[in-house]
Write a protein that binds this ligand. Structure first.
Ligand code: ATP
Ligand code: MG
Length: 214
C-alpha cells in the first residue's frame, strides 16, 4: 500500500521539505527543475505529486493523494469536504487583505454605503468578509494578477494574499484591511487515514514534532 503526498510548487514545497525530512522522506529530484509531475522519494512506497495550490484539497478529497499541504486560503475556498485537517504547519505564512489603488478613499466608500466592486481569486473569503461588515459588493472572479484590476478600473478593490507588501507597493496599491492570517495545513483523506493508518500515522506524528512555532 503506497502513499501519495500532494504539494504545490514554490513556498509550500520549499517549506514542507524539512517536515518531510523529519518523517525520513527525501524527494529524489528537484521538482523546480523538472517538468515531471510525479516524484519518487527515498522510500519506495512514498511518492510526491505536484499540483496547483488550489488543486491540493481536491486531490486529497478524491483520493488522488492520501495527504497534502494546503494554504488555509485554498482550503477555505475548497470547503474542506472529505478532508481531515490534523495540523497547522505554521509554514507559508501570509495574510489575506483588502487593497485599493493609492488615492482611493476606501473608508469613505464604506461609510457612505457605496457598492464596491471587488476582484479576487478568493470569492468565498471575500463574500463572507464583506457580508459580515454589511458592505454590498459585486464580485469579479480572477485567477491571477489581481493587482491589475484596480489599476485598469475594473474593480475598486482586490482581496489577495499579502506577505511583505512589496507587490502591492510596486503596483501603487495600498493595503487597507487585513481579513485573516494564513498558514498551510496538513490535510489527509479521511478514508485513507483509516485504511492506511499504519503508514500515515508516523508521517503525521513526525510532521507534528517538526513544527516550529513563531
Ligand atoms: P493557484 O493554483 O492557487 O492559483 P498559484 O500558483 O497562483 O496557485 P499562489 O496562490 O501564489 O500560487 O500560492 C500558493 C499558496 O502559497 C497560497 O495558497 C498560499 O497559502 C501560499 N502563499 C502564497 N503567497 C505567499 C506569500 N507571499 N507568502 C507566504 N505564503 C504564500
Ligand atoms: Mg501565484
Amino acid at each position: 500500500m503506497s502513499i501519495t503526498i500532494a504539494l504545490s510548487k514554490g513556498r509550500i514545497y520549499e517549506e514542507t521539505l524539512p517536515l518531510l525530512a523529519a518523517a525520513g522522506i527525501t524527494v529524489a529530484e528537484d521538482p523546480e527543475k523538472s517538468r515531471k509531475l510525479i516524484f519518487p522519494t527515498n522510500q519506495p512506497d512514498v511518492r510526491v505529486v505536484l499540483v496547483r495550490a488550489s488543486d491540493v484539497p481536491v486531490y486529497v478529497q478524491y483520493g488522488g493523494a492520501d495527504l497534502g499541504v494546503s494554504g488555509l486560503d485554498s482550503l477555505i475556498e475548497h470547503g474542506g469536504q472529505g478532508l481531515y485537517q490534523p495540523l497547522d504547519l505554521h509554514i507559508a505564512q501570509c495574510r489575506v487583505s483588502v487593497a485599493v489603488r493609492a488615492g482611493f478613499d476606501y473608508e469613505a466608500a464604506v461609510q457612505q454605503g457605496a457598492r464596491l466592486k471587488i476582484a479576487t481569486k478568493y470569492t468565498t473569503i471575500a463574500r463572507e468578509f464583506f457580508a459580515q461588515k454589511g458592505v454590498h459588493v459585486d464580485m469579479v472572479k480572477l485567477y491571477g494578477s489581481m493587482e491589475l484590476a484596480p489599476l485598469t478600473g475594473m474593480a475598486d478593490a482586490i482581496v489577495d494574499l499579502v506577505s511583505t507588501g512589496s507587490t502591492l507597493k510596486a503596483n501603487n496599491l495600498v493595503e487597507v484591511e487585513r481579513i485573516m492570517d494564513i498558514s498551510s495545513r496538513l490535510v489527509v483523506n479521511q478514508a485513507a487515514l483509516k485504511i492506511k493508518q499504519a503508514k500515515l500515522r508516523p508521517i503525521i506524528d513526525a510532521f507534528a514534532g517538526a513544527i516550529t512555532q513563531d
